[in-house]
Design a protein around this ligand. Structure first.
Ligand code: SD4
Length: 318
């Protein structure tokens, strides 16, 4: 986690938007109008990009896609797209999905060599009768639809991987702390809700491992009547709980997004304990939002009413 001073310095250059500072979890602001919310506080540039599109009257799904492109193309983001940590065998394999206001979804898993898996996921939704394409098939589909094959393993990711092999003797590890997968939810000026999620998955995972991020209901769920939720952390936990779906179902019962995230995390902890991280953001159709995590190191990014903020989440562990 960044110190407050470093964080303020880092976020000082937030373009024409005014930066409101870090907010304690209890200071709930209820925005009206377009809003973009994303997992991890370092995704302020992504929510800001999404918000620009929303503010100019753009479609929520375009905002989600363009917002997610930012960490996907960022070589310093070690959990998403280009620069992402590779799997145990040194391959960068990506998972992503999108879901729109009609309840349609598209997703790609175990995709290699494509910088913007979220856009491939969108094309799966829009151009095929399917929801999910995987591995070589997903790559072939991407190439046929104009995406470029690229090397996504940066020199520094390769060095980190080589160091890890040395130290860990090929035993996969899942870190509690080192995550920054992006899940982004957006409501546009027509009150349309869409979402997306993109990741390179757990660092040094087994080759072929797929996490929660491309699985509808696990890493992301959107229901335009109710709200949306998206998560980050140890994907296996979310896969076993369909956590994003659960959060939205709680919201459907009239529960505030904050409480819905909390109830979901508590249910996960009851069954699986507190050894790992699982963290969520949720947004309902009234513009209420919330976040909750198992471990205390989770924060998130929020853009609305020409402001961008980075906010600490409440957590189960303190
Ligand atoms: C996964 N949920 O593949 C992802 C990892 C993650 O930031 O959130 N990383 O399990």
């Amino acid at each position: 986690m960044l110190s407050r001073r470093k964080f303020i310095k880092k976020t000082a250059a937030l373009g024409s938007f005014s930066f409101l500072g870090t907010f304690a979890p209890s200071e709930q602001l209820k925005p009206s109008g377009p809003i973009a919310i994303a997992t991890w506080g370092n995704n302020t540039k992504a929510t800001e990009q999404a918000y620009k599109i929303l503010k100019s009257g753009g479609y929520a799904l375009d905002a989600v896609e363009q917002g997610i492109h930012i960490p996907e193309a960022d070589p310093n983001d070690t959990s998403v797209g280009y620069g992402g940590n590779p799997d145990r065998d040194g391959f960068v394999t990506l998972d992503a999905c999108v879901m729109n206001e009609k309840g349609n979804a598209g997703s790609v898993t175990f995709l290699q060599h494509i910088m913007h898996p979220v856009s491939v996921a969108r094309q799966v939704m829009e151009k095929t009768p399917h929801v999910l394409l995987s591995g070589d098939g997903a790559l072939q589909f991407a190439l046929q639809n104009g995406f470029k094959k690229e090397n996504l393993l940066t020199d520094s990711a390769r060095e980190r991987w080589l160091e890890w092999i040395d130290k860990n003797k090929y035993t996969p590890i899942i870190s509690r702390n080192n995550h920054d997968t992006i899940g982004l939810l957006a409501i546009d000026s027509k009150n349309t809700l869409c979402g997306g999620c993109s990741t390179s998955g757990a660092a040094y995972k087994l080759h072929g491992r797929v996490g929660d991020s491309p699985i509808i209901g696990a890493g992301l769920f959107v229901d335009n009547e109710t709200g949306g939720a998206t998560g980050t952390g140890l994907g296996e936990l979310m896969l076993k709980n369909l956590s994003s779906f659960l959060i939205v179902e709680y919201m459907r019962q009239g529960i505030h997004p904050q409480k819905a995230c909390e109830m979901t995390v508590k249910r996960m902890v009851k069954k699986y304990g507190t050894d790992h991280q699982a963290a969520f953001v949720a947004l309902d159709k009234k513009g209420n939002y919330g976040a909750f995590s198992i471990q205390p190191n989770f924060d998130y990014a929020l853009s609305y009413q020409d402001k961008t903020i980075r906010k600490a989440s409440d957590s189960y562990q303190h």
